[in-house]
Design a protein around this ligand. Sequence first.
Ligand SMILES: O=P(O)(O)OC[C@H]1O[C@H](OP(=O)(O)OP(=O)(O)O)[C@H](O)[C@@H]1O
Ligand SMILES: Nc1nc2[nH]cnc2c(=O)[nH]1
Length: 179
Amino acid sequence: MRDDILEVLISENELQDKVSELGAQLTEEYADRFPLVIGILKGSLPFMGDLMKKIDAHLEYDVMDVSSYGTGFVSSGEVKIEKDLNTSIEGRDVIIVEDIIDSGNTLKYLTDLFKYRKAKSIKIVTLLDKPDGRQVDIYPDAAGFVVPDEFVVGYGLDYIERYRNLPYIGILKPEVYQK
Ligand SMILES: O=P(O)(O)OC[C@H]1O[C@H](OP(=O)(O)OP(=O)(O)O)[C@H](O)[C@@H]1O
Ligand SMILES: Nc1nc2[nH]cnc2c(=O)[nH]1
């Protein structure tokens, strides 16, 4: 699997240092608030798992699965709920945890939905931000790293369901796409 990587963009150590930094910020901000952390499947799972261990505050977590990509590289713009939350968010301080914001379609849809469901506050925390991919106006409240307009994989991010288990963020060799 690692032979398929052309370049490591963000190393395992850099990821872990950033996760600790974000966790410390959230600890301070949510110390007395009992937030609901919402992870967006599947990409956010490794980041969410590591991040929550770095938040020293009481919290609850849930997951939601939405899709707009299918197996392609381009967001269809149409976001579909594959699995909804089990938890009511009315009156809750919500922290949305994402692996990446690219077109912004997924997070635009989710923030509109959570406002409609009467969340008390909504914070968007993303590991990666790809501002050059943006199709709608949406910005994270906290982002680990800005990445170039290239398709990245690893630490939750896939190419046709593979590479999610890489411990770093990288770019695939072009020949991988021709297989
Ligand atoms: O800003 P956007 O262009 O909407 O892209 C971001 C979304 O794309 C990826 O999810 P994907 O739909 O590929 O599902 P996955 O997490 O299960 O891989 C990623 O996890 C984000 O949820
Ligand atoms: N794996 C992966 N999924 C994405 N979803 C939106 N952008 C990306 C990306 O660059 N890589």
